[in-house]
Each structure stands twice: as structure tokens, then as C-alpha cells.
Design a protein around this ligand. Structure first.
Ligand SMILES: [Zn+2]
Length: 85
């Protein structure tokens, strides 16, 4: 049973801090497991990743994602103003 708890522990790839399953941020992307103990460590990694990705390839995704977030914000604002009225 101790084995199980050891198995379920993660190690932050940015600062090396261990953390249990269910905490932190664990991403599985194309066979890689990316483990971050906090959103601060994740944003450090994400920022590095963004600066290294080829601009030509990511700019379309960035634009689209940004538009989706703006749309979500507008939806929330519409809901809020409906509630007030
Ligand atoms: Zn960390």
C-alpha cells in the first residue's frame, strides 16, 4: 500500500518539489507527463514554451484562443447585466 502512495506522487519539473496526486497541475501531452506543483511553476514553463515556439505556427492558435476568452468574458458580462436589469 505504501507502494501505491509512492506511485501517485509527482515531482515538479520546474522546482523539483514533490507533491501528491490531486494537487498541482499534471498534463499529459503526446506521451509526455508534465508535472507542476503550483500554477506559478506552470506559468514559468508555459512562458518559456511560448517564447520558444515558432511564431508563425502559434500565432493562429493564440489569436483564436484569445478571441474565445474575449467571447467568454462578453457572455459573462451579458449574464451579469441581465441579472441586474
Ligand atoms: Zn514547482
Amino acid at each position: 500500500m505504501v507502494y501505491m502512495s509512492v506511485e501517485r506522487r509527482h515531482k515538479c519539473i520546474v522546482c523539483g518539489r514533490p507533491f501528491p496526486e490531486g494537487q498541482g497541475i499534471v498534463l499529459r501531452i503526446s506521451g509526455e507527463v508534465l508535472e507542476f506543483h503550483s500554477s506559478k511553476c506552470f506559468s514559468k514553463f508555459a512562458r518559456d514554451l511560448l517564447t520558444r515556439l515558432p511564431e508563425e505556427e502559434v500565432k493562429g492558435y493564440i489569436k483564436k484562443l484569445r478571441e474565445e476568452y474575449i467571447e467568454l468574458l462578453e457572455q459573462k458580462q451579458r449574464l451579469r447585466s441581465k441579472r441586474i436589469a
